[in-house]
Every structure is written in C-alpha cells, then in structure tokens.
Design a protein around this ligand. Structure first.
Ligand SMILES: Cc1cc2nc3c(=O)[nH]c(=O)nc-3n(C[C@H](O)[C@H](O)[C@H](O)COP(=O)(O)OP(=O)(O)OC[C@H]3O[C@@H](n4cnc5c(N)ncnc54)[C@H](O)[C@@H]3O)c2cc1C
Length: 535
C-alpha cells in the first residue's frame, strides 16, 4: 500500500481532512491538479462552528487576525432599513465566536495549508487523479504527474474532495442529481460608501431581486453579491458598471463606488450526490453537495464533512475501530446536506424569483415579517444556531444513544455539546470547556457523580474523563444548558455527544463503544505507517 488515505483536491475540504488525519498521525497523500493554492476569494463567510474547529486545529487566532467579524445583519427593503439580526447578542451564550468571520476562501486555504506543513505534510500540486479502480482491499489510483507522465498507486481509502466536477464521484458512478438555477450571480470587491451599516452584513431586498454587502478588511471595502438584472443575463461580457444602476436604484443614490478590484459572474446549481460513499471511496464538500451561496454555508459544510470523517478514518486506519464505523459518515452527513439544500433552495427561490407576487412578498411582507420576528430573543437564537452551524445535530444517526432519565430540554446524543464556562478543578479558575476538550480523543463529562472506577473497556487511552466539581458557579452554568445532576455525556472527538444519560454505568459505555463505535478494545494492532509518497 502506498498510502493509507489518498485525498483528491486541496480546496478547503481536502485541506481540513488532511490536517485532521495528519494531527492524528495518519499518513495521507493530498494531491491537486492545480499548480498552487487558489487566489480567488470565493467563499467569504466563516461560521462560528468552523471557528470552533479552527480553534482545536490551532489556527483560529490567525484566522481572526486576517478576517473581520460581522456582528450583525441588516435587512433593507425598498431603500428602508427594516430589521437587524444582532448576531453578537444572539450567539454570545452559544459560542466563543458570536459572529460571521469575513475571511476569503484563499486566506482560509493558506492558513490550513501552513498548518498542514507544521504537521510535516504538504500538498502535491500539479497532480491529477485520472483513473480509479476499486479492489476489495485497496483502491488503485492513476495519477497524472507534473511532467505529464502517469503513475499508479494503491491507497486503502480515497477521499474525493475534488469539487463540483469530482472525478472520484464520476469514477465511482455516483450520480449528482439536481438542477442549475437560471439566474446569473455577480461578485464584486469594491470600495464604496452609502447607507450600509459599517462592519455588518447588509441585505437589500427589492421587488426585482436582492443584493448583499459583506464588510471586508480596510476602510469602506465591501464585497457585493447579487443577481445580474434579467436584461443582462444573456450577455457574456458584463462589466461591473452595468450592474451599478440596479444597485443604486435600491441601495439609494447616495451609494458611490470608488473602486472595483474584482468582478466576476457565475452560474450556480443545487445538487446532492446520490451517495457519499462507494466502498473505499468517500465524497466530501462540493463533490458531494452544491447549493446557492445564500447563507454562506457551502465551504463551512465541506469543512464539517471533513471533521466528521477525519476521526473515524484515523481510528480505522490505526486499527482501533472496525471499518463499519465509516458507515456512519454517510448516514450522518447525507441528511445534513439534503436539509441544507432544501433550505437554501427555498430561500434562494424566494429571493431571486422574477414573479410579481414574489417581488411584492420579498420587498413588503418578508421584510416586515423578519423585523417582527427579530424582536424575539428566542427567534434570534434559533436563527443564529442555524446560520452558525452550531445547531447541526446527528440525533437520528447510528452513533447517537440517549438513555432514559434525562429531562426534555437536556442536550441529547447527536447534539454538539454546548459551549460552557466551568470550573474544571475544585478551587480552580473558571475555564472555557471547549479548550479543555481533547478532540483527538473521546471526552467523558461527569456531573454530580464520581468518575468510573476503572478504565472503560474499548476506550481506555482514547478517553479523557472530566468530573465537573459541584459548586454554585458550575450549578448555574449547567442549569443554563439544562444539564441535570447527575448526568454524563460521552463526547465524540468532533464535539458531538455519542452517549448520554443520568447514572454513569461503565459497562454500558463499554457496550456502546463496542456496538456503536465498533471499537475493538485494542485487539487489533495499529498497522505500520505507510509511505505517503508516490511511487
Ligand atoms: C462566488 C462564490 C462565493 C461563495 N461564497 C461562499 C460563502 O460565503 N460561504 C461558503 O461557505 N461557501 C461559499 N461558496 C462555496 C465555496 O466556494 C465552496 O463550497 C468551496 O470551495 C468547496 O470547497 P471544496 O474543497 O469542497 O471544493 P473546491 O474548492 O472546488 O476544491 C476542489 C479542489 O479539487 C481539485 N481537483 C478537482 N479535480 C481534481 C482531480 N481530478 N485531481 C486532483 N485535483 C482535483 C481542484 O483543483 C480544487 O482545488 C461560494 C462559491 C462561489 C463560487
């Protein structure tokens, strides 16, 4: 075997997977057909859940340094500001990062690429996957090298992170049903002044369409996204100047552009792969699902695909878990992608529809309904959870088991374990729980009862136990998250709860580890690391 995991594609998804494998000691090979990292900004919105993952990877400070947090979103209709979504206030109790970080995809990729090199792995550029053949124990891949020659290699597993036109998906014969949208998008990086609320996202809805203004680093720098007016749709040589009149007509005549450093138009589609796995090959990111950029979810969803698969592949490659654990990747991530596709598709159709009725709804009713809804803190919090991806859960997934005895509002198996500030040692300082969780292991959080008396079979050194001291501060914080006393939560490496219940029974946790996680109690020896280089 030449490598344990061949990662095809070094966009954000492939880089995240490579990092997750590298930090767990898995030897992987990551290739990309391009000559080097992309210089295109493309995705711009980094959601709170992604920043939490960046924190575990050790790159969040760099991302925050390079990016600009947008702490609110403003809705404008027919030139009037109708509602504000206070992202900061709504998310403050939910995550250390209560905002959308505006950071270009190129900066995200560069930061992840730098981190990958810290782990001793780097992208093999100018290398294209051109053939794939699956055998029972390996995948034979044909790669085109930088000099144009081709070579064959064997990998135990292949991760198709190769974007919307995925060669892995095609070679596996997995269909990609969906449809293109008729509308043409434009993106422009500008220097502009106008009614936009500084440092926040501004959404302009009007009868004929919508425009989004994202604050960029620097004074008066804005990324403008919108749909090309119907009369220009069939033209191939649209310049920024041709969309300015429609921008002015809705955002006000006070809108002035000093500069446009980048302008591009593109068509988009909504599609989801029929399966995310074919035997030894997986699909992640845009290779598995593409949708409208409404909500800034695409890149973030691919990063979470990689975070979900990374720890599972590492356990299987390391000989700690049976390959059956990998079935849960598809079972957990397909419903997330389908739900996202449906939601973004509905939202997108609503904001782009050319019909008169939709125009009226968009500019009059939608704006008023949003203004009314945003008066309620609860609705603000729900909106934040959805957009920030902190609300994603796998409650119906095969790895989730909630025992009887927990009250209704308590976190359930499948949920991302809530962000809490707790005193983790009696008499110690209050700390950020997310900092204390080790995401290369499972974490057992024990409340109101002692730790298990001995190592839990199957998990042993894969487990960190945190017994939460009983004191008034901890009691108040646990009550806020509706975590009762006594209770326990077994948190997976990706931060989602695997097993939870009231009374901790070590034998039940061991049964869960064996039956659901397919951990083999260390019976299988980790295989020797393989050489990640091409033959
Ligand atoms: C204008 C625009 C704005 C967007 N805004 C947002 C946003 O604000 N927020 C958000 O979350 N998402 C946004 N998106 C979506 C986001 O860009 C994508 O979801 C993201 O790029 C997907 O990452 P990926 O790594 O899965 O795929 P890609 O970025 O497409 O990377 C795939 C990689 O695979 C390589 N590759 C392909 N085939 C092969 C092969 N055969 N062999 C070797 N390598 C191969 C390619 O060279 C490429 O580097 C936007 C997209 C566009 C176009």
């Amino acid at each position: 075997m030449d490598t344990d995991v061949l990662i095809v594609g070094a966009g954000p998804t492939g880089l995240m997977l490579a990092n997750q494998l590298a930090r767990r000691g898995v030897r992987a090979l990551i290739i990309d057909r391009h000559a080097g990292p992309s210089r295109q900004t493309r995705a711009l919105g980094v959601q709170a859940r992604t920043l939490e993952i960046y924190a575990k990877l050790g790159i969040v400070d760099r991302a925050l340094e390079l990016g600009k947090p947008a702490t609110g979103g403003n809705l404008w209709a027919q030139g009037r500001k109708t509602a504000r979504v206070p992202l900061g206030d709504a998310g403050r109790a939910l995550t250390p990062y209560p905002y959308i970080l505006i950071l270009g995809q190129d900066d995200n990729e560069r930061t992840m690429g730098d981190r990958l090199r810290d782990f001793g792995m780097s992208v093999q550029w100018n290398t294209e996957l051109i053939g794939l053949e699956q055998e029972p124990a390996r995948v034979r891949a044909t790669l085109k090298r930088p000099d144009g020659s081709s070579t064959e290699m064997a990998a135990a597993w292949v991760a198709g992170c190769d974007g919307a036109h995925s060669a892995v998906r095609e070679r596996c014969g997995i269909t990609f049903p969906g449809a293109p949208y008729e509308h043409v998008f434009f993106v422009a990086d500008t220097q502009a002044t106008g009614s936009m609320v500084p440092d926040e996202v501004n959404v302009y809805l009007w009868r004929e369409g919508f425009h989004l203004f994202f604050p960029l680093r620097g004074n008066d720098h804005w990324r403008v996204v919108g749909i090309v007016p119907p009369e220009l749709r069939e033209k191939s040589d649209i310049a920024f100047e041709s969309v300015v009149p429609s921008l002015r007509s809705e955002a006000g005549t006070g809108l002035a552009f000093r500069e446009c450093s980048w302008f591009s138009t593109y068509r988009i589609a909504h599609r989801s792969a029929a399966r995310f796995r074919d035997r030894r090959c997986f699909l992640l990111g845009d290779a598995a699902h593409i949708h409208s950029p409404v909500g800034a979810q695409g890149m973030n969803t691919g990063l979470q695909d990689a975070y979900n698969l990374g720890w599972k592949l590492a356990l299987v490659v390391g000989g700690r878990a049976e390959p059956a654990l990998l079935d849960s990747y598809e079972e957990e991530r397909v419903p997330i992608a389908r739900r996202l596709l449906n939601t973004t598709d509905r939202a997108f159709k609503l904001v782009v529809s050319d019909s008169r009725l939709a125009g009226l709804f968009r500019a009059e009713l939608l704006a008023r309904a949003a203004a009314f809804a945003m008066r309620f803190e609860r609705i603000q919090r729900v909106a934040f959870r959805v957009v920030s991806q902190t609300g994603i859960h796998y409650r119906d997934g095969p790895l989730s088991q909630t025992q009887d005895g927990l009250p209704d509002g308590a976190p359930r198996a499948g949920d991302r374990f809530p962000w809490l500030r707790l005193r983790l040692e009696a008499g110690g300082a209050i700390a950020d729980l997310f900092d204390a969780l080790d995401d290369t292991r499972f974490n057992l959080l024990v409340v109101g009862q002692p730790a298990p008396p001995e190592a839990i079979q199957g998990l042993d050194e894969l487990l960190r136990v945190h017994v939460i001291p009983d004191d008034a501060d901890n009691a108040a914080e646990l009550a806020r998250a509706q975590i009762p006393r006594p209770s326990f939560h077994l948190v997976r490496p990706d931060g989602h709860i695997g097993l939870c219940g009231a009374r901790l029974d070590a034998a039940a946790v061991a049964r869960y580890a064996s039956a659901r996680l397919r951990l083999d109690g260390g019976a299988a020896r980790p295989r020797a690391a393989t050489d990640g280089a091409m033959r």
